[in-house]
Design a protein around this ligand. Structure first.
Ligand code: ZN
Length: 242
């Protein structure tokens, strides 16, 4: 059984391409703000939190320098560049995301799914910025891949212009198919009953809470810039845009 994401999820989960949103303040505390809804992705899964701008109803503009989830409350925290004593709960505000930065994250993130599909090994780590991305694999006896060969394979997948879609499954599927999870030490969060799966047509299918482009051609041309041996269970592959 699969379905579309449910409407109570934050806007960034429902539509990764939404760049602006009007919403309401729930809580302000020093330099942090919690909002009723948000287009800002909170740091997680190797993808940085979003940055951008918040504008109050009287036109005051505040820079949002980072977004993260509060460990205790699970609320999404927007970190402001400066204190904002003028802001208060219930105020209407509008949000604008730093789209160039976020779109780079989406392109790299989707490219990491393609890289996953090319390396038949568990993932031991990963991180991205708007400049580069890396994935670490437990290759075991598999030889280190050749940079040029892997670059060619990745660009071939990108050029295929495959759709990237979201499916929501019952989280209990992980009991029957634990192999769906490619990360060796990190398991997707459970407890909501639902599992968000990302499908790159005919190529990759795994749980993921990040933001992705809609079609692989949007990633553009990439290059494997480094393949490093960081230890027995840690072969690091770095990707940059060309
Ligand atoms: Zn993903």
């Amino acid at each position: 059984m699969s379905s579309q994401p449910t409407p109570d999820q934050p806007a960034y989960i429902q539509d990764a391409y939404q760049r602006e949103l009007s919403t309401r303040i729930i809580l302000v505390n020093d330099k942090t703000v919690v909002l009723e809804n948000t287009i800002f992705y909170p740091t997680g899964g190797g993808q940085p939190g979003d940055s951008g701008w918040l504008t109050s109803s009287n036109g005051e503009k505040y820079e949002i320098i980072n977004t993260r989830r509060c460990r205790e409350t699970n609320q999404i925290i927007h970190e402001l560049a400066k204190e904002a004593p003028e802001l208060k709960a219930d105020d209407q505000v509008s949000l604008v995301i730093d789209w160039d930065r976020r779109y780079s994250h989406m392109r790299f993130h989707t490219c990491m799914h393609l890289l996953c599909s090319l390396i038949p090994a568990g993932v031991t780590g990963g991180a991205l910025t708007d400049q580069k991305a890396r994935l670490d694999f437990s290759l075991g006896e598999i030889p280190l891949p050749d940079e040029q060969g892997l670059t060619d394979q990745l660009n071939e997948l990108i050029r295929k212009d495959m759709p990237v879609t979201v499916e929501v499954l019952d989280e209990n599927i992980l009991d029957e198919q634990p192999e769906l999870v490619r990360t060796m030490s990190v398991q997707p969060p459970r407890g909501t009953g639902q599992l968000r799966m990302i499908r790159v047509q005919d190529t990759d299918f795994q749980p993921c809470g990040g933001t992705h482009v809609a079609r692989t051609s949007e990633i553009g041309h990439v290059r494997i810039s480094k393949v490093e041996n960081k230890g027995k269970n840690n072969k690091r592959i770095q990707i940059v845009f060309e």
